[in-house]
Design a binder for this molecule. Structure first.
Ligand code: GDP
Length: 489
């Protein structure tokens, strides 16, 4: 993961002296031959010499070849759709309506279960895959983890309420991600609807619908009565056809983990296949775990013999639970899968140590800065709300996220909760040291606390907040924040 300046010069085939002066031209100061560069910096420098750095994470050879330039011979695949919009504008109701027409449920007379996504047949017989979680956080979270699964965003805007702050947020996210939008003007069964106002307001925010100088489709729908829902599906189908979504079904399977959980029959992860075809018996790697696929299930919980691109599927057979958003790659053998996982585990240790040290150093600097301002408090009164720092540790990804989301929303004009880090696993010495250096608190959610760690925290003067019920935790966070408020006169 690290390479010295002279070794990198050697690899690239440039005389070290020239190499060093070139680095100084790039803005590096005091470069020596034996300076060690991290992978990212080395990549940057290499790029300067027209070399492209490949960061081998142990699975570089598992990825299928890039899709052909002319993909028109490949089979079409269902589009993957995320529903976004302002709270209470009817996202869940629309999803519920769609879920009822889910293929799997229809074919098997069952009920669609939550596996992160489900597919719906259009009148034409083609499929649409909907991500099951409405809202921005799911969309952003997947993107933050590098998984661009969404092909189309359905922007839900209540026809009786028009554009609201989260509508604008959703537009921003879709635009940033370069994902095309279809507008669903919801609740059209209600009195007082004004679709024209919706269209007008949208154009103010850069979404230009048909009749308003643009080509974005806007369809009036009701998740309650089902009005307009077929038209919405057809609009999605037409857009997908235009965008020509296709994928190879013959190559090694690749995909993304949508969600992971433990069910009565074992550790499972739902996934969306991007390319290739996944079958029981296949071996796959996801992050630092792997699986020999035991069973593939569709959203009705029925075992299926293969999963093709764009199809949501539940996979079991995992050694450890994979994290949501990680990439799935097929490996030729168990041996190869294990090697890839071992390599990644080793690497993540090194990277993590580096990150931990950087975090501690930064916190120390910040503390010194704060102490300084304390001394000079009379001179420079700090402006703006004051942060109270928290480190979150939780039992699983889901609860870490839930805690993060609820804590991060707490605050006033004077004081607010600032989350330094949020992760899964028991409290470690590092967490305590990090909190101590940042005058922060550690939250332990739904986990036993090692008595040794309690002792260390006590001697470091770090408070540990131990909870397993969110609203109680929120209450205590609020109490901690209000202690920080200046006394009222
Ligand atoms: P979300 O927060 O965007 O997921 O919104 P919900 O789907 O939970 O809907 C919020 C409220 O609006 C609920 O009380 C729904 O019953 C109601 N609602 C949603 N869609 C419709 C609709 O098409 N027509 C009517 N009349 N009410 C709706």
């Amino acid at each position: 993961e690290f390479i010295s300046v002279s070794n990198l010069a050697d690899v690239i085939g440039v005389r070290p002296a020239n190499f060093v002066s070139r680095m100084e031209d790039m803005g590096f100061e005091d470069v020596h031959y034996d300076h060690v560069l991290d992978a990212e910096t080395a990549g940057l420098v290499a790029a300067e010499f027209n070399y492209e750095a490949i960061f081998d994470d142990g699975t570089a050879d598992l990825t299928a070849a890039p899709p052909p330039e002319d993909a028109s011979d490949l089979p079409t695949r269902p589009p993957v759709v995320t529903i976004m919009g302002h709270v209470d504008h009817g996202k869940t109701t629309i999803l519920d309506w769609l879920r009822k027409s889910s293929v799997a449920a229809g074919e098997h007379g069952g009920i669609t279960q939550h596996i992160g996504a489900f597919s719906v047949p259009m009148p034409s017989g083609k499929m649409i895959t909907f991500l099951d979680t409405p809202g921005h956080s799911a969309f952003l979270e997947m993107r933050r983890r590098g998984a661009d699964v969404t092909d189309i965003v359905v922007l839900v805007v209540a026809a009786d309420d028009s554009v609201k702050p989260q509508t604008i947020e959703a537009i921003k996210h879709a635009t940033q991600a370069n994902v095309p939008v279809i507008v669903a003007m919801s609740k059209i069964d209600k009195e007082g609807c004004n679709p024209d106002k919706v269209k007008q307001d949208l154009s103010v925010h850069g979404v230009h619908v048909e009749d308003y100088g643009g080509d974005v489709q806007a369809i009036g729908v009701s998740g309650k009565t089902g009005a307009g829902m077929i038209e919405l599906e057809e609009a999605i189908g037409a857009l997908s056809e235009m965008l020509d979504h296709r994928a190879d079904t013959e190559c090694n399977a690749e995909g993304w983990v949508l969600e992971a959980s433990t069910k009565s029959y074992g550790r499972v992860a739902s996934a969306l296949i991007r390319r290739g075809t996944l079958r029981p018996g296949d071996i796959i790697v996801a992050g630092t775990t792997w699986a020999r696929v035991r069973t593939l299930r569709n959203e009705a919980g029925v075992a299926i013999s293969e999963a093709t691109p764009g199809m949501p599927v539940e996979i079991d057979g995992w050694r450890d639970q994979p994290a949501a958003g990680t990439e799935i790659l097929q490996a030729p053998t168990e041996q190869r899968a294990k090697e890839a996982v071992d390599y990644r585990l080793e690497r993540s240790e090194t990277v993590k140590m580096g990150e931990d040290m950087a975090a501690i150093n930064e916190a120390r600097l910040e503390k010194r800065r704060l102490e300084k301002t304390d001394e000079e408090a009379d001179v420079s009164e700090p402006t703006g709300p004051k942060p109270v720092n928290f480190i979150i540790k939780a039992d699983v990804d889901g609860s870490a996220e839930a805690v993060l989301n609820s804590i991060a929303a707490i605050g006033t004009n004077e004081v607010y909760a600032n989350v330094l880090r949020s992760s899964v696993g028991p409290i470690s010495e590092f967490d305590i040291e990090h909190a101590a250096s940042a005058n922060g608190l550690v939250i332990s959610f739904n986990m036993p606390i090692d008595p040794n760690m309690s002792r260390i925290a006590e001697s470091e003067g770090v408070k540990i907040m131990d909870h397993n019920i969110i609203y109680k935790l929120i209450d205590e966070v609020k109490a901690v924040l209000s202690e920080q408020l200046p006394p009222t006169i």
